[in-house]
Design a protein around this ligand. Structure first.
Ligand SMILES: O=C([O-])CC(=O)C(=O)O
Ligand SMILES: [Mg+2]
Length: 389
């Protein structure tokens, strides 16, 4: 049997909402939805792999249609296959996507490639007839663990949102089974953020922990001022204090913040991840890494990032990716990450879990669906199917 990619389709969809973090609002946010259509038939149906990019970066229809989809469709189909020709080889597909691309300058390109790469892995696992997390564990000689830690991200700034509304939002996450919640900081003066934090801590009591996210807003002085305030509270983590590429700031912050820090969602290559580990002062015994494959050249590149971490003495269990998508849930279950982000009320239908999956005690259990599992989420699959039909 041979396998051929017969089409790569893209549509840019809105995932807008009136929320705001310390840096951007999401009123114009979009995502690229991609379908990689193959000539393989499984259970009487053509195998189509699907992918999309995470929130925070916009849809990449231009790059995908002008540059990346044509490279795959123009390639010799046999050059994209694994050794016995029975499936696509994601690394060969990745190399074809990245042909004639110079190194460095990771940005929108890494989002376009990450989105297609997600669809390729979905197709590969479907052709293999397995959930992606099982396929990944097998490839790496690991035992999959379908029970994955998830936390609830929200706590955005929102017109008219007072402390009561913030507390209610957080209570809603606890009611849905989460035991770690996250809120935004840095979009209001420090004293006001302190009030917001105290209100949430009062609401969640000892049943949950709170993480805070500054979205890269602070200069060094402000990051340290916040560190001195935040270290008075038992926070789950202090996220993305300064500019994502300011490794010296991150390293200096460690001097003032003994608790866990988190960052990495805006680093888009294994080289950038390596620089964070080399120069960012991150501590493998307590800090968290949030690289998101959907924004950073996909799972082929994420595996290289995990290799870099290993070389520097970091366990994959210190990774809790940004983005709240099922792709990272599969990587977490297959390769032993520490968990995954989740946005219970935002970015639908792209984020979240297959229908019927419930959060219990801050964890979900992955269903045994072939591929990434998108077919198990009916609202998401309806959009995907419309693209492929
Ligand atoms: O507000 C955003 O851009 C999303 C974000 O940082 C996160 O989920 O950690
Ligand atoms: Mg963040």
């Amino acid at each position: 049997m041979s396998v051929r990619i017969v089409d790569v389709r893209e549509v840019t969809k809105p995932i807008s909402s009136p929320i705001r973090n310390a840096y951007i609002d999401f009123t114009k946010m979009t995502t690229s939805l991609v379908a990689v259509v193959t000539d393989v038939v499984r259970d009487g149906k053509r195998v189509v792999g699907y992918g999309f990019n995470s929130n925070g970066r916009y849809g990449q229809g231009g790059l995908i249609r002008e540059r990346f989809a044509p490279r795959l469709l123009e390639a010799d189909p046999t050059s994209l296959l694994d050794a016995d020709g029975g499936n696509l080889d994601p690394d060969k597909v990745w190399s074809t996507l990245m042909s004639n691309e110079k190194p460095g300058g990771h940005g929108e390109r890494s989002v376009a490639v990450g989105t297609i790469d997600m669809a390729v892995w979905d197709a590969v696992a479907k052709i293999a007839g397995k959930p992606l997390f099982r396929l990944l564990a097998e490839r790496h000689g690991l035992t999959a663990n379908p029970r994955v830690f998830v936390y609830a991200a929200g706590g955005y700034y929102y017109p008219g949102k007072d402390l009561g509304a913030l507390r209610k939002e957080m209570r809603g996450y606890l009611d849905r089974g989460y035991n770690v919640v996250k809120m935004k900081i840095g979009g209001a003066p420090l004293a006001e953020d302190r009030e917001r934090i105290e209100a949430v801590l009062k609401e969640i009591g000892s049943t949950a922990q709170l993480a805070v996210d500054a979205n890269g807003r602070f200069d060094l002085e402000t990051a340290i001022a916040y560190a001195k305030m935040l270290r008075e509270y038992p926070l789950f983590w202090y996220e993305e204090a300064g500019d994502p590429l300011d490794y010296a700031l991150q390293a200096a912050l460690a001097e003032f913040y003994p608790g866990p820090m988190a960052t990495g969602e805006n680093l888009f290559s294994h080289q950038d991840a390596r620089n964070l580990i080399r120069y960012g002062g991150m501590r493998p015994d307590r800090d968290w890494l949030q690289f998101d494959c959907a924004l950073s050249y996909g799972l082929c590149e994420y595996q290289r990032t995990l290799e870099v971490l290993k070389t520097h003495g970091w366990s994959p269990s210190r990774c809790i990716p940004h983005g709240g998508h099922q792709m990272s849930l599969n990587i977490a279950a297959g390769l032993g990450l520490g968990g995954n982000e989740s946005y219970p009320d935002l970015f639908q239908p792209y984020g979240g879990f297959p229908d019927g999956v419930r959060v219990e005690d801050g964890h979900i259990v992955m269903p045994e669906l072939p591929g990434i599992g998108f077919e198990g989420k009916s609202d998401l699959y309806a959009e995907m199917k419309a693209l492929a039909d």
